[in-house]
Design a protein around this ligand. Structure first.
Ligand code: SF4
Length: 81
């Protein structure tokens, strides 16, 4: 169990994604051109950046994907999950 899952599982208002959802999300991210393998983040760690995707300006969050993918209400900025 990750640090985030351990902490957040004790806070009643925060819902965690199932393990299969988390695994699907992570599999999408590692195939994504915006995933940063050196930091494990969506775009540049913490600050993210704005990119153009399918003719739209999209802001990558800079989140650590192994943690973000565990939180049920999160989403991918380019709608891959
Ligand atoms: S959350 Fe979306 S945009 Fe960010 S790395 Fe994963 S698939 Fe790519």
């Amino acid at each position: 169990m990750s640090f985030v899952r351990t902490i957040f599982s004790r806070i009643p208002l925060i819902e965690l994604a199932s393990k299969s959802v988390q695994q699907f999300r992570e599999s999408q991210c590692v195939d994504c051109p915006f995933y940063k393998f050196n930091t494990g983040s969506c775009g540049t760690l913490i600050v993210g950046e704005t990119i153009e995707w399918k003719n739209e300006q999209v802001h990558l969050c800079g989140c650590i994907i192994s943690e973000k993918s565990e939180l049920k209400n999160q989403h991918c900025p380019i709608k891959q999950w």
